[in-house]
Design a binder for this molecule. Structure first.
Ligand code: ADP
Ligand code: ZN
Length: 195
């Protein structure tokens, strides 16, 4: 069967910290470069865990990236000839990125966005629910739970501080499965009368 595939789409790579999102994003970027495509890579300037002008994975993979403080700065840096636009840590970008992503994909650009789908309370992170709803392709990765060794879809915050955004790596967070993940001040999981 012949499937007519027009160019321009949104791919999302999501999952908790340590699940390999940056690794997978870097892999896709490298393959696009091998295919001689014009690739532009961005990351929010707020995430300076390893390197201000590169995306870096916890396994030492890295690729140059343009740090941007918001969606408006990203738009100003866009190369009109880019065929692939990759965004890491997209959960930290403001909602102004949504029309930019749509416009790029509509014009034929392959947009690849990697980010945390949930915050450390297990709640949807920022604009990620919208980005996931708009995507053609979604890859949801899992890490390894640091308590029990099962597949982990959540990020446990190990230190307490206010707010959804605490930029940090291994020392502040670890991957946990649903059962080992602990959230302060939530319901006790009761569903039925008498439990
Ligand atoms: P993400 O971008 O999702 O945070 P990275 O691509 O930066 O993930 O890092 C993935 C790498 O982190 C793995 O290949 C592995 O070497 C390492 N790692 C450290 N802790 C874990 C864990 N709990 N589960 C899986 N991988 C882990
Ligand atoms: Zn577990």
């Amino acid at each position: 069967m012949y499937v007519h595939q027009r160019q321009g789409s949104l791919e999302v790579i999501c999952g908790p910290m340590f699940s390999g999102k940056s690794e997978e994003l870097i892999r896709r970027i490298k393959r696009a470069i091998i295919a001689r495509q014009r690739v532009q890579v961005f990351k929010p300037a707020l995430d300076d865990r390893y390197d201000a002008s590169a995306i870096a994975s916890h396994s030492q993979g890295r690729h140059d990236a343009i740090p941007v403080k918001d969606s408006e700065e990203l738009r100003r840096h866009l190369d009109p000839d880019a065929e692939v636009v990759a965004l890491d840590e997209v959960q930290f970008l403001d909602e102004g990125i949504l029309p930019v992503i749509d416009a790029l994909a509509d014009r034929g650009v392959r947009v690849i966005a990697a980010g945390l789908d949930q915050d450390s309370n297990g709640e949807p992170f920022g604009i990620m629910p919208v980005i996931l709803a708009k995507a053609e392709y979604i890859t949801k990765l899992q890490a390894i739970c640091m308590v029990c060794g099962a597949a982990a879809g959540r990020t446990q915050r190990l230190v307490h501080s206010g707010g959804q955004v605490l930029v940090g790596a291994a020392e502040a967070y670890e991957a946990r499965c649903r059962h080992c993940h602990e959230v302060p001040h939530t319901t006790d999981g009761k569903l039925f009368e008498g439990e």
